[in-house]
Design a protein around this ligand. Structure first.
Ligand SMILES: *Cc1c(COP(=O)(O)O)cnc(C)c1O
Length: 236
């Protein structure tokens, strides 16, 4: 027997419980928070185990890795999202292959996704990724350009903005971490309240293995969990 399959089952049950508890703390229920399994570096047999247990949303970072694994996955009724940085030259390969791209952080990449979607006769759901900590090395849109760029993207016919995504900086304490998550929630609610056309602000994607509880308590409704479900990643 492969012990890792059992480990995934245990982790899954615990995580479901923890997500439910955090949701309750923020006045919501377990079903108000989507549980994404982040599958980078994870072999299909383990991803399929997670799907068997009830996972209905997976996220991959790399276009190539997703495309090479997807035929081995039992993806019926499973939503697929790209969550890693998308390079311009990979746009053609991924548009139409996933249900959403969470990592859109520039007008340029959004316009390429839009053009390709129009070519295929589809509209691609996207999230705008925000660099909430303003870190130089990080992906995500700069806060200072956010509103302008956001509205430019919202005019594009081939994409549909469904919400926001972020990866906060590594924080020294919970107070600092919650400040970033809360700032994200405020931006999210602010845009949502404007009720603009061509936007449906319903997804706030934040929280990973180490900080999903705080993220949910601060308003996240979509958490992206990798190592706490599948175990430590092996990049070799
Ligand atoms: C890898 C990754 C995750 C999951 O990270 P864990 O800490 O393993 O849960 C979530 N979001 C993004 C964008 C990632 O690249």
């Amino acid at each position: 027997m492969d012990q890792k399959l059992d480990m995934i089952e245990e982790n899954y049950k615990l995580l479901k419980e923890e997500i439910g508890k955090a949701a309750l703390k923020s006045g919501r229920s377990e079903n108000d928070v989507r549980f994404m399994a982040v599958t980078k570096t994870v072999e299909p047999v383990y991803i399929n185990r997670a799907i068997e247990l009830g996972i209905d949303l997976i996220g991959e970072n790399r276009v190539q890795e997703f495309l090479s694994k997807k035929d081995d996955l039992n993806l019926k009724n499973v939503e697929k999202r790209l969550i890693g940085r998308l390079q311009s030259n990979k746009v053609k390969k991924i548009v139409g292959q996933v249900d959403m791209i969470e990592s859109v952080d520039s007008v340029k990449i959004a316009s390429l996704i839009s053009e390709r979607s129009i070519e295929l006769g589809i509209r691609t759901d996207i999230l705008i990724e925000i660099n909430i900590g303003g870190e130089e090395s990080k992906t995500g849109m700069d806060k200072s350009r956010f509103l302008d760029d956001f509205y430019k993207i919202s005019e594009m016919k081939g994409v549909y903005i469904r919400g926001l995504m972020t990866i906060p900086p590594i924080c020294e304490n919970n107070y600092e971490l919650r400040k970033f998550f809360t700032e994200m929630r405020d931006m999210f609610l602010d845009i949502k309240s404007k009720n603009r056309d061509n936007i449906s602000m319903d997804i706030l994607s934040m929280g990973m293995s180490g900080d999903f509880r705080e993220a949910i308590e601060c308003g996240s409704n979509s958490v992206r969990i990798g190592s706490a479900l599948f175990g430590k990643r092996n990049y070799s």
